[in-house]
Structure formats: C-alpha cells, structure tokens
Unconditional design. Sequence first.
Length: 356
Amino acid sequence: MADTHEILLDRKGGLAILTINRPQALNALTLANYRRIDPALRDWAADASVHAVLVRGAGDRAFCAGGDVRAVYEAGRGISGDPDLPAVFFREEYELIRRIHHFPKPYIAIIDGITMGGGAGISVNGAHRAATEHTLFAMPETGIGLIPDVGATRFLNRCPGHVGRYLGLTGARVKTADALYCGFATHAMKRASIDAVLDELSREHTSMEDCLRRFAVGPGPAPLAALRPAIDRCFARDSLEAILDALAVESAGGGADAEWAEEARASLLTKSPTSLKLTLRQLTIGRGYDLDAALALEYRLTQHVMAGHDFYEGVRAMLIDRDRKPQWRPAALIEVDDSMIDSYFAPIGDRELRFA
C-alpha cells in the first residue's frame, strides 16, 4: 500500500481529519507515516481555515498499536532497511510528538480500540483524547526489552499515586474508565457517536470542549482506583526486588487484592530484567519532567537499548517467531547491577536529542 494511502488527510468544514489507514497492522506507524503526518500538521497549524484537528484510526480494532518496531529490529539486525533507522525512527517520532504537544489549535485523538506505545505518543501528549467503550490502553515495552517511551516518563508519572509505575513496569492493559482515571483520556464517548462528533466539530465556532462534554458518557468505576492502595503499598518501593517481595506478601495475605498481586508479580517475572530496572530508574528520576526533558531522556535510553541484546530478543520472541519465550540477557534481576543501569543513562554526545 502506498504511503499516501496509509495516512489519509481530509477536511470537513474547518476540521482537519487525519486517519491512520493501516488496519491490517493495527494502525502501527512507520517512519514514512510519521514523515507524512508531520508536514500535514505544519500546514494545518498555518492554515487559518483549519480550526481544529482530529486524529483517528481506520477499522474497528485499533486507534494505533504503536510504532513499527519490527522495521527497527530488521534495520538494527542488518536484515533490511537503513542501518540508521534505530536512531532516525525514534528521533523523528519524538519530534512529531513534541509538535503535537505544542500544537496551537484544538487537537483531539479518538482512541477507539487498541492504543499502545506510539499510539499513546500521538494521543496522550495532545490536548484532548476521547476513549470509547472499545478502548484498550497499554505501555507494553518492558515485554520487548525496551522502556516506556513516547513521553511516558511524563505521563506515567502524572497518574495517581504509583499507578504509573505499575503500568509502566508490568505493561498491564486498561480500559476506558481506567484510561480516564489515569489521565490517558480526557473524555469518554460511545463509538456510535464519533460521526456526530465529527459533524459538530466541523462547524465554525464550535468549542471542542463543549462538544466533547455534550457527547460524554460515564464509563463506570475505575478498577485501578480500587486497587490503588495495594498498588501504592507495593510499587512505592525503591527496587524491583523490593517490589516483588511486597507483591509476594500482598498475595500471601489472602486479602481482596491477593489475586491482583499474584498476577502482577508473575507478569514482572516475564519481562526483561534490564528493562524493568531501567524503567524504574527512568520513572524515579523523571518525576516532574516536562515533555522535552522526558523525550530527551527516553531518546538517550533507546539508543543505548538499540546497542544491546534484549530489544532484539524481545521483538523476535513476541513479534517475529512468536514463541513468547524471550531469552533475556542478563536473565535475572540479581544479575543487573547498578553500574549496568548507570551505563544506559550515560550521555551520547552529538547524538543527544535536542530541541531548538
């Protein structure tokens, strides 16, 4: 499919509409896709006849399942593509995310369906995010040997209590009510209302906030709100080993949250030990970071990760061979010492991501 058909640009009155049209790939974004989106946003920002921008995904399964990490894997492994892609992809992705964050006009992402990784990047960092009853949100990067990026240093730290730590470390999936509770979504609406929202937003002088409020629905109670005391007890610890111990105690206690604790602990034990320790350090030092600082840190970390083992092994196991049996190296948390983690935070000189 031609790149111009993978990112559809349209207008409805004063509303500019961008549709990610890769439903067979759950609308995962390629570098070519980012290179079509970025100039479109520049043009719309400068066009006085455009009063708002809406971004959505084609099909009924996903808004956007992330970035095209398979292409990054193949380039980094020398299988195909530009060998510089592991650097260029993340740089241009993050620059686009920053443009979205600072977009001068009302910007809304309709996060209908699966929204993960890069899909979070182009939605959570924008002004408005409308979830539907089909929304499924996650940051699953520790399961492929990466770290939660695309601004997650900032937006996970803005979740209530230590909920962001829990989500970033485990990659747990959340639905609409929890997406609102965490701030990943600003509004909830029915999928059946999307076309009506587009119609209303296309009219001149329509307030996006008023429109979204009119179509808003109550998603019900947020399960994470009920779990938050247990999450805070376990994930406030300053090491992965202490978090795992706290989860074991919570599980053994037999209380209402015992099953959750057991599942969370089991999930952590499947992730890359290096990614887990990197993520905990990242979220700890990144408290209070603005988006520019978050993206700069994440870029540095991704470039160190690209020079290592676990990302390629994680993508192989989860996306290429799909055996779901990654052989992490190191294989255990105890083998990942502080000096190893320190090395991932070391400056990368002229390759740092800097914003003018």
